[in-house]
Design a protein around this ligand. Structure first.
Ligand SMILES: [Fe+2]
Ligand SMILES: [Fe+2]
Length: 137
């Protein structure tokens, strides 16, 4: 897990780092900790996605619908594997060990990055606006 997945938006990076730390923990946990940590990962992801979704709505972000669909897919899949793991632990383990990281990495690189760019561009245009006003004076 040595990829740099930072988008240079502090709040998003902190949430993504927390997710990756939780994933690393569940990947090396004991048998008895596995399901409780899996539950914690679902709760963390719900909060993570809700945070981004609130921001997209507030800013009327152009790529909102695509992003919402991706969140619904990722969360649905995570919950599916969690439920499967109750009867068949191997399903949950293969998701945690073989899929979860790549799924999230792809989401951050392809989808969250668009939101991060939008946030940066907005700040940039705001900064330009301020300097233009100063020039007019
Ligand atoms: Fe995210
Ligand atoms: Fe996202």
């Amino acid at each position: 897990m040595s990829d740099n997945l930072h988008l240079n938006i502090e709040s998003m990076d902190a949430t993504h780092d927390a997710f990756l730390a939780l994933l690393a923990k569940i990947q090396s946990c004991s048998e008895s900790e596995f399901m409780p940590l899996f539950e914690e990962m679902i709760a963390h992801t719900q909060e993570h996605f809700a945070y981004e979704e609130e921001m997209m709505q507030r800013l009327n972000f152009y790529g909102r619908q695509e992003h919402l669909d991706e969140h619904a897919n990722l969360l649905g899949e995570m919950q599916y594997f969690y439920n499967k793991a109750k009867k068949f632990p191997a399903f949950g383990k293969s998701y945690i060990h073989e899929y979860a990281y790549d799924k999230f990495k792809r989401h951050i690189i392809n989808i969250d990055s668009q939101l991060a760019m939008f946030l940066k561009e907005n700040e940039l245009s705001l900064a330009k606006g301020i300097s233009t006003c100063q020039q007019v004076k």
